[in-house]
Design a protein around this ligand. Structure first.
Ligand code: NAP
Ligand code: MG
Length: 471
């Protein structure tokens, strides 16, 4: 176990130590990882003032300067990857290998943001006039992040915001704030004071951020209900919003699919990060001709997982991050049983300290069961049997969540045709939950507003300015 570490609030290039703190818990043991400094409204005000002051200089730095600083930050994160990953395991719970992947993903997204160019669009260049569309930074951007991929999601928000010339205040989840504090400390070494700041605290602090008139944009990743709250309370100064919200992704396996070829990938995509992934497969639709085969193969893979502390090299499956989420998952499984479903494996808490729940496969579940209709966000997958593909498409689309979806099968044309009919932001084919820095990502319906990644993602951190000159 590493020695107990000390944490402060990085605001305006300084390390603030407020009087209040709160405990951050290791979900694998229930032990306290560290005390996290708790920001009060006065700290939020300090951070906003610092970010506003820094904006006037930062927004005028050249693209090349900002690009170089992001490259330096990426190098520094990479140099600290091991300790950052260990801290992620301690407070978030995922196995170390996955945490290293999270940090290195963050490095890749930072390097990508560094390379991005902000285009100027020439709309008209004629004898009478020159009309161009330019992109300007918005101002102070607040980033509010969840507890599932806390480090990578913070990077997804912060890096394009800075690249475009904004200054940033981040608020990590109170359940996993420590890795983001370390991230901001690293970044602060490479940036002018006030360009990046962090306040830690609970949802109340998030609420105060949404209401703050010194903040011009919020980029939020989290639940749909919190996204709705943010939208309401940020209306008074018409904050720009990017909302990446919950998902209840459907995967449809078409008849005649070679199951042994896809079972491993489907398991991975459903149980990635113990199922606590926005775009994990959360409902699996399988044709009656292959239903038993799919259920059996997935449950065999599930039973091979080794539950344990993420720092233990043998562990392939960590705990659920917090007791509240564990309750949600275990209640949805109980309800599914009451609806007539059969639990093939898992389904009960093991006798271990921490918030463990084994990978759970549920079959013979009616489509109306809450486990199918709601986002479980944890280690359980309901498998629903369908009789014809039209019915599967209808069930897949009949849900308020619409982040991603996938179709699996042999015939490329058929896979493509069905995927094109899915009502969601990303339609994957023979894969699921694949993301890249250059591929725009975002949800439809109740899964969000706006996009992240790629050029579209970057432009969400800008205001358009039309430059209209008469010759
Ligand atoms: P959450 O409860 O909505 O919390 C997310 C963040 O919002 C936390 O920092 C939270 O602070 C803060 N918050 C809570 N109440 C707030 C309020 N009234 N105003 C402003 N901020 C507030 O979500 P979660 O349980 O952490 O995350 C799980 C959800 O995130 C799932 O639904 C998942 O699908 C979704 N998600 C979506 C994506 C995507 O890209 N679409 C990616 C990852 C996760 P505290 O935690 O400190 O209370
Ligand atoms: Mg569900």
């Amino acid at each position: 176990m590493p020695n107990k570490q000390e944490f402060s609030l990085p605001i305006n290039g300084e390390a603030l130590t407020p009087q209040l703190t709160f405990a951050v818990t290791n979900p694998a043991t229930g032990d306290v990882v560290a005390q996290c400094p708790k920001a009060e409204l006065e700290h939020l005000d300090l951070a906003v003032k610092a970010a506003q002051k820094a904006f006037s200089g930062w927004s005028l730095t050249s693209d090349a300067q900002r690009q170089q600083m992001l490259v330096n930050i990426a190098d520094d994160i990479e140099a600290n990857a091991e300790s950052l990953a260990a801290l992620i395991v301690e407070e978030q719970g995922k196995p170390l290998e996955l945490a290293i992947g999270e940090v290195m993903g963050g490095v890749a997204w930072t390097r990508y943001a560094a390379e991005q160019e902000i285009p100027v669009e020439v709309i008209e260049e004629s004898e009478e006039k020159v009309v161009e569309l330019h992109r300007r930074p918005i101002g102070v951007v607040a980033s509010i992040t969840p507890w599932n991929w806390p480090f990578m999601i913070a990077i997804w928000h912060i890096m394009p915001a800075l690249r475009a010339g904004n200054t940033v205040i981040c608020k990590p989840s109170e359940l996993t704030p420590l890795n983001t504090i370390r991230l901001v400390e690293i970044m602060s070494k490479h940036l002018p004071p006030g360009v990046i700041n962090l306040v830690a605290g609970s949802g109340e602090l998030g609420q105060a951020i949404s209401e703050h008139s010194g903040i011009s944009k919020i980029v939020f990743t989290g639940s749909t209900s919190t996204g709705q709250n943010i939208m309401k309370s940020s209306a008074h100064n018409l904050k720009r919003l990017t909302l990446e919200l919950g998902g209840n992704d459907a995967a449809v396996i078409l008849p005649n699919t070679e199951i042994s070829k896809v079972a491993g990938d489907i398991f991975e995509a459903a149980f990635l990060n113990m199922g606590q992934t926005c775009a994990a497969i959360k409902r699996l639709y399988v044709h009656e001709s292959q239903y038993d085969e799919v259920c059996t193969q997935l449950s065999e893979i599930a039973q091979k997982q080794i539950l344990g502390n993420g720092m233990d090299p043998e562990t392939t499956f960590g705990p659920v991050q917090n007791p509240n989420q564990l309750n949600i998952v275990s209640n949805l499984v109980k309800q599914a049983k009451a609806d007539g479903a059969q639990v093939l494996c898992g389904g009960t808490q093991p006798d271990m300290s921490g918030y463990f729940y084994p990978p759970t496969i549920v079959r013979d579940i009616p489509n109306h069961s809450r486990l199918v209709q709601e986002e479980q966000f944890g280690p359980v997958l309901p498998i629903i049997q369908y009789q014809n593909v039209e019915q599967a498409i209808e069930w897949a689309n009949d849900n308020g969540s619409a982040l991603g979806g996938s179709v699996w099968g042999k015939d490329e044309d058929q896979v493509n045709a069905v995927a094109a009919r899915l009502e969601c932001g990303v339609a994957w084919m023979n894969c699921h939950a694949q993301i890249d820095p250059h591929t725009p990502f975002g949800g439809w319906k109740m899964s969000g507003i706006g996009l992240e990644f790629g050029l579209e993602g970057l432009l969400q951190y800008t205001n358009q300015q039309l430059m209209y000159r008469k010759r």
